[in-house]
Design a protein. Structure first.
Length: 157
């Protein structure tokens, strides 16, 4: 596992807030040379600490602002059912997050669609078509209070 120093953590925080700045801009903020920052970024990428760079899209601007959290309970917890369910979920573009969880349900899905009609269509034609789902429970998001992709790396940042 890669050992991260305080400068790595500060650099990662800067990259999480805006990864489109120049290497020189990060170097200036961290009081290091451009070369040193470039080498740190490459090391973080190569080691897998930085997995990808992405654009965060406003869901309302692309007609996908209807968000549903769907709890799924499988019929049984045998490995075959778990693996089959997970592989089929990976194919559903409406599902943006899927978590295997403990408790009353087995999975929570985060789903983005255009509206209630689109969610109903998704449920009927795609989700409930997956074998071995015992039950589902949907919670429609009324208001998104907080969303971040950034992982806090330092106290208070």
């Amino acid at each position: 596992m890669l050992k991260l120093d305080e400068t790595d953590l500060k650099l990662l925080s800067l990259l999480q807030s805006d990864c489109k700045k120049t290497t020189a801009a990060y170097a200036y903020q961290l009081n290091l040379s451009t070369t040193a920052i470039y080498e740190r970024i490459k090391r973080l990428e190569k080691s897998g600490v930085i997995k990808a760079y992405v654009a965060l899209v406003d869901k309302s601007k692309v007609n996908k602002a209807f968000t549903v959290l769907c709890h799924i309970k499988l019929v049984q917890h045998i490995m075959e059912y778990v693996l089959k369910f997970e592989s089929e979920i990976l194919e559903l573009s409406e599902v943006v997050e899927c978590y295997h969880i403990s408790g009353d349900y087995d999975y929570i899905l985060k789903i983005h669609v255009s509206d209630m009609e689109a969610y109903r269509e998704f449920m009927v034609t795609k989700l409930t078509a997956i074998d071995n789902i015992g039950s589902t429970q949907s919670a429609i998001v009324i208001n998104q209070v907080k969303q971040t992709t950034a992982i806090q790396l330092q106290g208070g940042d």
